[in-house]
Write a protein that binds this ligand. Structure first.
Ligand SMILES: NC(=O)c1ccc[n+]([C@@H]2O[C@H](COP(=O)([O-])OP(=O)(O)OC[C@H]3O[C@@H](n4cnc5c(N)ncnc54)[C@H](O)[C@@H]3O)[C@@H](O)[C@H]2O)c1
Length: 379
């Protein structure tokens, strides 16, 4: 996992916007991903980390020592931090099952939230966040850093240019042949869901964001976990704890008659579940699926399929030099800029509610063994 994280470490100087006011931030959950948040905050002049909270005794203290974070208060949980600190914003870097409670409590305390992905585990939790955000007047920004990678951004630019015509079918997924993360990702009590939430949320976001996030209507979903629980593939210490999915597939109907065909994997006997595709009435786009979808660039170029003068041609989109080393910084910066200026959330909870509704629908459908309707109540 540390290899993946090191790819996010800023490899060149990042631009800084200076505001007069120094923001006070806290980090809730000082585990693996909190490192990238801390590293980004520490490079910025208009923010100071004043509080760290973690349920595991001594973990926040060690984290602070590792990053040379001084003048900081430590808390044994998010609640005591929010009660005792005057904060402008928090990063919620906890495992998935506590995303909702930490975010809702922060909003109730009048604090802006940068929330790690996936938004939550269930649709009800995501709705609770949207409602608390609306009541609080604060923002929730969902931490999908791939949105800041230049080649990923190209996907949306191509769709927005109109060259694909009306979109009627998308296929997304990918994932890996073997690569279950372990840690808190593999148990229901902490991860809630497995590959589906971990990398499935990204795979969906890349294409749904590109086509304007149409509302999901129905889903037939499938999940399995044949590898994670098997000592043939994983050490006993992980296999005995594993109780989430390591593979998921779904057929989703979206508003506007659009179909989304989805598959994601942490482990399978296959190299990839295939390229991602966006099919429109005037053109198609082939997007090489990636193992993680976490924004660390694309390993092949995007290809645009279209007709010219009756001939069927393919245009290879020249890849741009990836800015993957800076996308975590960009994600944190975009959040703070919105907090500083009062701008809307860069990646809004209202949009990612649809992403979460799909994940929730896949889980429900898989459990029931049939297609389910996706009903998203008004916020
Ligand atoms: N954006 C990315 O690229 C990326 C990469 C990895 C993980 N993540 C996401 O980040 C989240 C955390 O992942 P991780 O690998 O850092 O997990 P982790 O288990 O290493 O750390 C989570 C920490 O949160 C703490 N915690 C849980 N509930 C808490 C509470 N109420 N108050 C205070 N502390 C609490 C736990 O004690 C734990 O130390 C997950 O949702 C994951 O999906 C995102």
């Amino acid at each position: 996992m540390s290899d993946v994280l090191s790819k996010f470490r800023p490899d060149e100087e990042c631009t800084q916007t200076n505001y007069n006011r120094k923001l006070k931030v806290g980090i809730i959950g000082t585990g693996w991903i909190a490192e990238s948040h801390a590293e980004s905050y520490l490079q910025m002049d208009d923010v100071e980390i004043v509080a760290l909270a973690d349920l595991i005794p001594g973990k926040a203290e060690k984290f602070a020592a590792r990053y040379g974070i001084t003048n900081v208060h430590f808390y044994p949980d998010h609640k005591s931090m929010l009660e005792q600190e005057e904060l402008d914003a928090v990063s919620v870097c906890t495992y998935n099952t506590t995303h909702c409670v930490c975010t809702v409590d922060a909003l109730k305390a009048g604090v802006h939230v940068l929330l790690e992905k996936p938004m939550t585990v269930t649709l009800d939790e995501a709705l609770a966040i949207c409602r608390a955000e609306k009541e609080s007047g604060k923002i929730v920004d969902i931490g999908f850093q791939p949105r800041y990678e230049v080649n990923f951004q190209m996907i949306k630019k191509i769709v927005d240019s109109g060259v694909l015509g009306d979109i009627y079918y998308i296929q997304t997924g990918g994932g890996r042949r073997r690569g279950i993360p372990g840690s808190t990702f593999i148990e229901k009590k902490t991860g809630g869901i497995g590959a589906l939430g971990d990398i499935g949320c990204y795979a969906l976001d890349v294409v749904l964001n590109a086509i304007g996030y149409p509302k999901p209507l129905t889903v037939t979903g499938y999940t399995s976990g044949f590898f994670g629980a098997s000592t043939e593939y994983y050490p006993e210490s992980d296999a005995s704890r594993f109780n989430v999915d390591d593979f998921a597939a779904a057929f989703i109907r979206l508003e506007g008659g659009i179909i989304c065909d989805f598959r994601i994997s942490w482990a399978m006997h296959m190299d990839t579940t295939g390229d991602s595709l966006i099919l429109g009435t005037k053109g198609g786009l082939r997007i090489p699926s990636t193992e993680c979808w976490n924004g660390y660039g694309l390993d092949r170029p995007l290809v645009y399929y279209h007709d010219v003068g009756g001939a069927q041609v393919e245009t290879v989109i020249p890849p741009k030099e990836s800015n993957a080393g800076r996308i975590f910084y960009e994600k944190v910066r975009a959040f703070l800029d919105a907090v500083q200026t009062g701008a809307p959330s860069p990646i809004s909870s209202r949009q990612i509610l649809y992403n979460q509704a799909i994940l929730d629908g896949i889980s429900r459908s898989a459990e029931l063994g049939r297609e389910v309707e996706i009903v998203i109540p008004e916020v």
